[in-house]
Design a protein around this ligand. Structure first.
Ligand code: SAH
Ligand code: SF4
Length: 389
């Protein structure tokens, strides 16, 4: 039976066409050497074979790049010196440049990464307060095509999509900063053990690159994150939610933020294309959802806008029967933002109604607000090059 809402080719083509002209630049270093990061295993094998290397070389190199975190061929000690030198002549293992790094009073850390063409995006590491681990919040685009009213990223027009290397590269650079690669003795990293695709951009409008990057991050002979440790957040690109569920099966977070179309049309403009009913239906059929792996609904608490008891009741009616939790995010202000944060009392009242209906409803404590690293505060100065306009 065909599902009328399942990905249809025309939809996909339209989404891809919409972002294709923002395709990232070729992964080649300034001196012409090819960057090996971001290639699939098969592509890595093909690239190395084309350079005259034996087929087994790709497995070794993959291990050094993604398990050991090596960026220097000279460190790849299982590879003979002359081969290391040969590889270094033609290839690099790249990382984005760190333009700035800031650490919040609550230990949250934010990097401004600069990519080869000079464009920039932000990445945030949020250590868990109670455990020795944390999440790396990764950007998928420079800017965003959507313009959710409460979101600082949404005030920055889309500059371009990030490539697979740039997406997984953010995580790798974050691990570098914490020395979080396994030592040669084989200790496993603990701190940077989760990826949340909740940074700048709409990951489902750059699905191909995001998917390629996550396939790399999930590879067991490398970074080896389980799909349970990856959460993709979307503002509700319905057809791509289906594809993401079918292909990647990572955890899904959905930026709901309003329970009536009239309001959601205004604050999450994508709602005009994919209204609440369709977004919720896509959540109901999301294959990776279960009691063990619930869908997260994100709900930003905007004072006097979406935080009434009536809104809470409508929310539980909408999501009834979905294995879900509701993350209540007190609105994080940014310079010029048009909203205020709901009062703690309104948030508690809302949380209680949702919780009493059987959904866990944690209030997400703002992290890194002092360095503009909290949800919705990310923004960079990048603009499209005039030539690309
Ligand atoms: N584009 C994707 C990924 C961004 S995730 C998405 O929208 O889902 C960032 C989360 O923070 C989203 O749920 C987003 O709606 C929310 N957010 C945006 N601006 C915010 C703000 N000022 N305060 C709190 N949360 C915000
Ligand atoms: Fe884009 Fe998400 Fe911000 Fe909306 S909330 S503007 S989709 S980054």
């Amino acid at each position: 039976m065909t599902d009328p809402l399942a990905l249809n080719e025309a939809e996909r083509a339209r989404i891809l066409a919409k972002t294709a002209r923002f395709a990232p630049p070729e992964a080649v270093a300034g001196d012409g050497r090819r960057d090996l990061v971001g290639l699939s295993r098969a592509e890595l094998r093909a690239v190395l074979e084309a350079a005259g290397e034996a087929p087994f070389r790709a497995k070794q190199v993959w291990h050094w790049i993604y398990y050991q975190g090596a960026t220097d061929f000279a460190r790849m000690s299982s590879i003979a010196r002359p081969t290391q030198a040969r590889l270094a002549e033609r290839f690099v293992v790249g990382r984005p440049d760190v333009a700035t790094v800031q650490t919040s009073s609550d230990e949250t850390r934010k990097w401004l990464f600069r990519f080869r063409d000079g464009q920039e995006a932000e990445t945030v590491y949020i250590p868990d307060k109670y455990e020795d681990r944390g999440a790396v919040c990764i950007s998928s685009q420079v800017g965003c095509t959507l313009s959710c009213r409460f979101c600082n990223t949404g005030t920055q027009p889309l500059v371009r999509n990030l490539g697979a290397a740039e997406i997984v590269g953010q995580f790798m650079a974050a691990r570098d900063a914490y020395g979080e690669w396994p030592s040669p003795k084989g200790e496993t990293p603990r701190l940077l053990s989760t990826i949340v695709l909740m940074g700048m951009g709409e990951p489902l409008y750059n699905y191909e690159n995001v998917a390629r990057a996550m396939v790399i991050a999930m590879d067991n002979e490398g970074i080896g994150l389980s799909r349970r440790r990856i959460t993709l957040s979307t503002s509700g690109v319905v057809p791509m939610m289906d594809r993401c569920g079918a292909e990647l099966g990572v955890n899904l977070a959905v930026s709901l933020h309003a329970v009536r179309d009239e309001l959601r049309d205004e604050i999450v403009p994508l709602n005009r294309k994919y209204p609440i009913r369709e977004v919720i239906a896509a959540c109901r059929r999301y294959p990776a959802a279960s009691n063990a792996r619930r869908i997260t609904f994100e709900y930003v608490m905007l004072k006097g806008i979406n935080d009434s008891e009536g809104d809470a009741h409508e929310l539980i009616r909408l999501i009834a029967g979905i294995p879900a939790k509701v993350n209540l995010i007190p609105f994080n202000p940014w310079p010029g933002s048009p909203y205020e944060t709901s009062t703690p009392k309104a948030i508690d009242r809302f949380a209680k109604i949702v919780n009493d209906a059987g959904f866990s409803s944690p209030v997400r404590a703002p992290r890194g607000r002092d360095i503009l690293a909290a949800c919705g505060q990310l923004r960079t100065a990048s603009r499209r090059h005039p030539a690309a306009a």
